[in-house]
Design a protein around this ligand. Structure first.
Ligand SMILES: [Fe+2]
Ligand SMILES: [Fe+2]
Length: 251
């Protein structure tokens, strides 16, 4: 079985299209949350998951929760200029139906493939923590796995949120996995590629591919030109999608 594991899309159409074109057909899609925010195409991002025709496990992230709250508060209709953020930009493009879809996504999904049991979710704690001990792994697993185990080869947890590709091997059959973000990096990581993970017949490979960042950069450039967005939000974008070396390079 070929499983494509992606996370933290953040409204980035070009990155997702590049990965789908590179990998072709898969048997199962796993997505670890953060569909929207900090990107220019939330409609594409939501509609991709809403209309995905194959087998999939799609969970929500903290940015999805944030968008749902901001959208329903109506705040995005009033905010302008230096107060304006990507979250408001995304809210303006979405509608009630698409926000309801985001709100229908679960926080955890379990599935079994090729002898391994998986639980997928967005984040472990309210920061960027990972599970450090077999004891904590077992506690978390027992809280979230429902019913009898089906796999015999091992237990795998897939997390997103940190935007850092990693595999954390704990003692025994326990594995922590993060496919990285298909969209953007943390401020100490200059890699601008789309990161993801492919699991083929249980074998894990971490992958990445370049994609066209010019669409994102052009939208940020237009906000920079007319002063229509918070300065730090533009700086972040120039790091994510332009050629800035850090997320706080002067504009
Ligand atoms: Fe994220
Ligand atoms: Fe997140």
């Amino acid at each position: 079985m070929r499983i494509l594991v992606i996370s933290d899309l953040h409204s980035n159409r070009q990155a997702l299209e590049a990965v789908l074109a590179k990998e072709g057909d898969v048997d199962f899609l796993a997505f670890a949350g953060d569909v929207v925010d900090y990107g220019v195409d939330p409609v594409y991002a939501v509609d991709f998951f809403r209309s995905y025709g194959g087998r999939a496990a799609i969970v929500r992230g903290n940015h999805d929760d944030h968008l749902i709250n901001v959208y329903r508060s109506g705040e995005w209709k009033r905010v302008q200029g230096e107060e304006f953020k990507w979250i408001h930009h995304n809210c303006r493009l979405l509608d009630d139906e698409r926000v309801a879809f985001l709100d229908s996504l679960p926080y955890h999904i379990q599935f079994t493939a090729d002898g391994y049991d998986y639980i997928i979710q967005h984040q472990y704690d309210d920061k960027y923590g990972i599970i450090e001990s077999p004891y904590a792994f077992d506690n978390y697993w027992n809280e979230h796995w429902k019913g009898e185990r089906k796999g015999t080869l091992g237990r795998r947890m897939i997390f997103g949120h940190s935007h850092r590709q990693c595999e954390h091997i704990l003692q025994g059959d326990r594995l922590w996995l993060n496919p990285g973000s298909i969209s953007y990096r943390r401020p100490d990581d200059p890699d601008k590629s789309a990161q993801y993970m492919l699991i083929e017949d249980g074998e894990i490979s971490f992958r990445s591919c370049p994609y066209d960042r010019s669409v994102q950069k052009a939208v940020a450039d237009s906000y920079r030109a007319d002063g229509g967005m918070m300065r730090t939000e533009i700086q972040d974008f120039m790091f994510f999608f332009g050629d800035a070396k850090t997320s706080r390079d002067p504009l």
